[in-house]
Design a protein around this ligand. Structure first.
Ligand SMILES: NC(=O)c1ccc[n+]([C@@H]2O[C@H](COP(=O)([O-])OP(=O)(O)OC[C@H]3O[C@@H](n4cnc5c(N)ncnc54)[C@H](OP(=O)(O)O)[C@@H]3O)[C@@H](O)[C@H]2O)c1
Length: 303
């Protein structure tokens, strides 16, 4: 696989960004991190402040590719109106700033890989969806549509743009799985609501490799579902994680208790979901390291 270099990465301190930067650097790629506090003058880091529309354009010169992962965390804390505003605005304003800046560079980078989420599809029951499916309804779906559409200036300027519609990224180092581990290890893990909502997931190793696949392959463009080929219901996920950890999962968290605890996020992200298929990744030759949940969890938790 031939990766471009240098690559600029936003959200580089996050769960996906940190693992991606490490992997790229191990392969000899020069990584320039977009950072939100002013770096030292001799640092390769690139200053940006998406909320104020500020970006150090000069330091983007010569960059061959950009991976844009930055955004206010979605699953931390209750969704107050201010939190929802931060979730949407950080993605929309950040993507707009980056895409318009890249469009104005000469020469321009060849590719922009910009994060999106399977929240794009909304709540679809057990009906499988892929990249050709229309968006769903609700705050997350509307945010994903707006987030993706802000990449347009880069696309119109001739940059290959890929939007990675990402499922729940599984890693013990952060994100949803890390949050679940303590209650599950205490035997307090349980099905959420009726447990029939689908959860589309991907391991952190596959997430990093899928982004690298999108960077390296000229034929990949547009929306790409970054999910394993085997989505599961919440009930199946719960039972599998309990089995892998050797702990019981007899608890059930009723919908009203979830709503009381986390507000609107319960109906949007925990009690809803879609069985998302990685059609574009498979069509373009991507091979999953972790296609099935049980062995994936055993590998990830044994790391
Ligand atoms: N992890 C998942 O399960 C999952 C699922 C679906 C979609 N995604 C999407 O994939 C992307 C990367 O996910 P991740 O899990 O690595 O995210 P993460 O761990 O929450 O990291 C996101 C990074 O964005 C930057 N950031 C945080 N708040 C910000 C704000 N208000 N404005 C601008 N930048 C901000 C921070 O990086 P700096 O401090 O370095 O700027 C942070 O480390 C995100 O856009 C996320 O929505 C993730």
């Amino acid at each position: 696989m031939s990766l471009p270099s240098p690559i600029a990465v936003s959200g580089a301190t996050g769960l996906v960004g940190a693992a991606l930067c490490q992997s790229l650097e191990q392969q000899g790629v020069e990584v320039r991190r977009l950072v939100r506090s002013r770096p030292a003058a001799d640092s390769a880091d690139i200053y940006w402040k998406p909320a104020d529309g500020e970006i150090d354009r000069d330091k983007l010169a010569g960059v061959q590719a950009v991976v844009h992962l930055a955004g206010e965390p979605i699953a931390s804390g209750r969704w107050s109106p201010a939190k929802k505003q931060a979730i949407a605005a950080s993605r929309i304003e950040g993507t707009r700033l980056l895409a318009t800046t890249l469009a104005g560079l000469e020469p321009r980078p060849g590719v922009l890989v910009s994060a999106s989420a399977v929240g794009f599809y909304g709540d679809r029951g057990s009906h499988p969806v892929d990249e050709n499916s229309p968006p769903g309804r609700g705050f997350l779906a509307e945010t994903c549509v707006a987030w993706e559409s802000e990449t347009r200036p880069a696309w119109e300027a001739g940059i290959r743009v890929v939007q990675t519609r990402t499922g729940v990224v599984l890693s013990p180092k952060g994100g949803a799985l890390a949050m679940m581990l303590t209650p599950f290890k205490l035997g307090l893990g349980g099905v959420l609501g009726d447990g029939r909502q689908y959860m589309s997931w991907i391991t952190l190793a596959d997430m990093v490799a899928a982004i690298e696949h999108c960077l390296a392959n000229e034929g990949v463009a547009g929306a790409v579902n970054a999910v394993s080929p085997h989505p599961v219901t919440n009930r199946e996920f719960t039972k599998t994680l309990g089995r892998v950890l050797g702990r019981p999962t007899v608890m059930r968290v009723p919908a009203f208790a979830l709503r009381a605890a986390v507000g609107e996020m319960a109906d949007e992200a925990l009690l809803a979901g879609a069985a998302v298929q990685p059609t574009r990744l498979l069509e373009t030759g991507y091979r999953f390291q972790d296609p099935a949940l049980d062995p994936a969890l055993r590998r990830v938790l044994g790391e």
